[in-house]
Ligand binder design. Structure first.
Ligand SMILES: [Mn+2]
Length: 281
């Protein structure tokens, strides 16, 4: 196991601290193996295991990046840290990881509620949702698993929270074709280095909200703007039937958790130049 695999165990942030030391993380070129990036997993870690096995993924040489939204909705969310460690996932923060951090920081988590959850989870959860908007919001977004874990295994929930609180908003990967950027939803800048400077400089700004939530490029707006200063930007967040390219932005969220709809995309970064050459209008 490389140092990265164990890094989340050494993180020593307060569980509610989302003010990151490193909002942007950069990785040097991988001279030993391949680099992959996976779309929104949403707790479907068995699908990830199968997709990586099909690629002959070797965590000793290959690297796996993620566009975020590792969790929620899918059945295997509580095993998120196991999957991160098993495959050495290097993820950016998605709106679902942020949603769990926001719940843990803002929700009305009374010890009496936790006790009630242990005694009669169904009834306690219904009452909790009724009185607390943050809790109903999290459940609506598929995060009930975390509330249950928080009540049953608070130590495990806190480890997950700590891991999420250390996730960067953006990852930069050096490749033989140039720099590849990864954010969850969208870059609020037309020049990658400008976007990174803003992410580093500002705390809870509108910029971070766009990075985690914006869908304009893929819905309605049909934004085709090219982002300068970077070979390509890989995003997820807006599920599509197939991988799509607009400008030099590639959306790899093919809706893994919606099995009737799509599947899990694992993209080899070496295939990106050929994809950009076939860019849509
Ligand atoms: Mn998302």
């Amino acid at each position: 196991m490389s140092e990265h695999h164990l890094r989340f165990r050494r993180i020593n942030l307060h569980a509610s601290d989302t003010d990151l030391l490193h909002p942007v993380r950069r990785y040097a070129r991988n001279t030993r193996g391949r680099d992959f990036v996976v779309g929104d997993i949403h707790g479907c870690f068995s699908m990830l295991d199968a997709a990586l096995a099909a690629r002959g993924f070797d965590p000793a040489r290959d690297r796996l990046f993620s566009v975020g939204d590792l969790i929620d909705r899918g059945a295997e969310s509580p095993a998120v840290l196991d999957a991160v460690q098993r495959h050495g996932i290097r993820a950016v923060r998605g709106n679902h990881e942020q949603g769990i951090l926001d719940w843990a920081r803002r929700a009305d988590i009374d010890p009496a509620r936790v006790e009630a959850m242990r005694a009669n989870p169904k009834q306690a959860l219904a009452e909790w949702m009724h009185c607390d908007g943050h809790t109903s919001q999290l459940i609506y977004n598929g995060g009930q698993w975390f509330i249950e874990l928080y009540c049953e295994r608070p130590d495990k929930a806190r480890d997950i929270e700590r891991y999420f609180s250390a996730l960067p908003y953006a990852i930069e990967v050096e490749t033989e074709h140039g720099l590849i950027g990864i954010v969850h939803a969208e870059l609020p800048a037309t020049h990658w280095p400008d976007g990174m400077a803003v992410l580093r400089a500002r705390r809870s700004s509108r910029v971070r909200e766009i990075v985690l939530w914006d869908r304009d490029r893929w819905q309605g707006g049909r934004v085709t703007a090219h982002i300068g200063g970077v070979c390509a930007v890989v995003v997820g967040h807006t599920p599509l039937r197939e991988v799509r390219v607009r400008g030099n932005v590639i959306n790899i969220d093919t809706g893994a958790v919606f099995r009737w709809y799509g599947n899990l995309t694992v993209l080899d970064l070496a295939d990106i130049p050929a994809m950009l050459a076939q860019e849509e209008d």
